[in-house]
Design a protein. Structure first.
Length: 323
């Protein structure tokens, strides 16, 4: 069995804003929120297992166009959620209903309800925001923990794809780390270490600047264990929402300087920024309206100047990473 990760989307919270004059919103390239699919296949064109990471805007179209899900290869065995924010959940309905109808009509892999793993803090929000989908098409499986950022969560294995292990870890993403009434702090966001037979990928989104501390200077045995697992990966796919720091706000998405520091600490072979747009950088500041090409050219130059480890590669929808 062969394993690969496939990019369904690479974008930030809001892609393709109507009325936005920036180059990115006006480019011809289709954009979608950050999401990946983990496929197991037999090497003869047959997809044998499909795990989806996140289900934001544009992902239903990406799955419909995925070469690994065409006709009889269509299947959805499990969804793993980083967190509950809309840009990671917006297409639950389209994906889950399409999966249900396909199963009903074709009688192949009628996997309904679909098992959906989320950290307990995020599962509460998903239940509240997506009541119909949870009732009809999801087997929502809360993680049963509220570990602090930098701690490992129980690994996930797959009976049908024994060659791959996914280990979630707690990320700080403060705008998602709340109880439903927004009164209490609840650690709710997950990253994932995906280990295949040959290669390791670290999915590090959404994340705020507080994560840099436990990665670059772990304080506890638990944090050191997490950093060890994340280190020396083949691919680090990391939230890089902004090019520069523009405010002193305590909690904000990672920017390029954070990504450089985290990559230096974890030493991956390839660092791939996602959740990129530059919109938060503001007009005439930082990377406002940069296209992926701008992020590649400017990022690679800065990567070399700042001695970033390995390669810096901006991914595109449809890119594949062998595991
Ligand atoms: Zn997001
Ligand atoms: Zn724009």
């Amino acid at each position: 069995m062969n394993h690969l990760l496939y990019f369904n989307g690479t974008g930030p919270a809001i892609n393709e804003m109507f009325g936005c004059p920036c180059n990115r919103c006006n480019s011809e390239t289709r954009l979608a929120n950050v999401s990946m699919s983990l496929f197991a296949h037999d090497g003869n064109g047959n997809t044998e297992h499909h795990v989806l990471f996140d289900a934001g805007d544009g992902i239903a179209a990406s799955l419909a166009q995925s070469p690994w899900l065409r006709t009889t290869n269509g299947r959805l065995d499990r969804i793993l959620m980083t967190h509950w924010h809309r840009d990671h959940t917006l297409h639950f309905n389209r994906i889950l209903v399409a999966n249900y109808l396909r199963g009903l009509r074709l009688g192949v892999h009628p996997n309904n309800p679909v098992p959906v793993w989320a950290r307990s803090g995020s599962a509460v929000w998903i239940k509240d925001l997506y009541e119909f989908e949870v009732d009809m098409h999801m087997d929502l499986q809360p993680s049963g923990e509220q570990g602090l950022p930098g701690t490992l969560i129980e690994p996930i294995t797959f009976d049908a794809a024994p060659g791959v292990t996914v280990t979630p870890f707690a990320l700080s993403h403060f705008s998602a780390d709340f109880s439903l009434d927004r009164q209490d702090y609840v650690s709710s966001c997950a990253g994932f270490v995906v280990q295949g037979p040959n290669k390791k990928a670290v999915l590090f989104w959404d994340a705020d600047t507080h994560n840099e501390k436990w990665v670059t200077d772990p304080q506890t045995a638990e944090q050191r264990q997490t950093v060890d697992l994340l280190s020396d990966a083949d691919y680090l796919i990391i939230d890089t929402t902004k090019w520069v720091h523009l405010s002193d706000k305590a909690y904000q998405h990672l920017s390029f300087p954070n990504t450089v520091n985290i990559a230096k600490a974890l030493a991956p072979k390839v660092t791939m920024p996602v959740h990129i747009s530059g919109h938060p950088d503001g007009v005439n500041q930082g990377a406002w309206g940069w296209t992926d090409k701008d992020w590649q050219e400017n990022g690679a130059k800065a990567w070399a100047e700042q001695n970033g480890p390995g390669k810096y590669v901006v991914p595109s929808i449809g890119d594949e990473l062998e595991l």
